[in-house]
Design a protein around this ligand. Structure first.
Ligand code: NI
Length: 273
């Protein structure tokens, strides 16, 4: 496994990273959860779990903890001259937005990586089967979407193991990478995750902040402007407006000669660099 990411890269990444936090207004409430068929007894767990941390709240501590010579299996992008990208969608699957996204991807023969949340997966395992059948990759984004950096090592272990088992039970395919909610994870946790689960930690090089709903054309433009060879694009398939921004972004990037691969494929390409 190729190892990368020296301090300079970590600083650059931290500056670019914000979060994949859902603002409180977007946290699934009882009414919307009922609309998508979520059982009442799970509502509190779902709502609490989706209160993601922000990267900003933890990055300083993480970087200080890692020091200037830290090397680990953390990816925000890979080194390559090829015009390849990985587009990732977090926090789903969602009842209506995810199927629409899958249609958009299929029409363009684009493969993506989905960092799914266990508390969402449990209601829609069939969507994971569709993802796998259509060539997408599924990554581990925990069960509750809680803040890993604030959890005990055993708490992190349980979050990832349960989500791993859910994904494998739904699809027959175990996840191969993980993305910590909000990008919040400590060095020691990353090392445990790598050694016990074999997961590299996957962050991103471009965050269009789609969850802030800045406007469809703004999200599209941020994705286009933020793309570079070997980059990892962050999006969320919980929000209709996010999905609305995808077709034009993909069409523009495809017209510029980019092709899309899954995260694991992207990491494998760096090994050949
Ligand atoms: Ni997330």
């Amino acid at each position: 496994m190729t190892r990368l990411f020296l301090f300079a890269t970590a600083i650059t990444a931290a500056a670019a990273l914000t979060s994949c936090q859902l603002p409180s207004s977007l946290v699934i409430d009882e009414a919307s959860a009922s609309a998508v068929g979520v059982a009442d007894d799970s509502l509190r767990v779902l709502a609490v779990g989706l209160e993601a941390p922000t990267w900003d709240s933890v990055k300083e501590a993480n970087i200080n903890a890692e020091g200037p010579n830290q090397i680990d299996d953390t990816y925000t992008s890979i080194k390559t001259k090829e015009k390849v990208l990985a587009i990732t969608f977090d926090d789903g699957p969602h009842a209506s937005n995810t199927p629409r996204l899958l249609d958009i991807l299929k029409e363009r023969n684009v493969r993506a990586t989905f960092y799914v949340v266990g508390n969402m997966v449990r209601y829609r395992p069939e969507m994971l089967r569709r993802m796998v059948a259509e060539g997408h990759e599924i990554g581990n984004h925990t069960v509750t979407h809680g803040t890993l950096s604030k959890m005990s090592m055993d708490g992190v272990r349980k979050e990832l193991q349960a989500a791993h088992d859910q994904i494998e039970a739904a699809t027959g395919v175990p996840p191969r990478t993980m993305r910590p909610p909000g990008g919040a994870i400590t060095k020691a946790q990353k090392q445990m995750v790598l050694s016990e689960f074999g997961y590299p930690t996957v962050l991103w090089s471009c965050d269009p902040k789609d969850w802030q709903k800045p406007g469809v054309s703004v999200v599209t433009q941020r994705l286009v402007d933020g793309a570079y060879p070997g980059g990892i694009l962050l999006m969320h398939d919980l929000h209709k407006a996010s999905i609305d921004a995808v077709p034009a972004a993909l069409d523009t990037l495809l017209s510029r000669g980019y092709r899309f691969v899954t995260v694991t494929e992207l990491i494998g390409m760096e090994a050949d660099f």
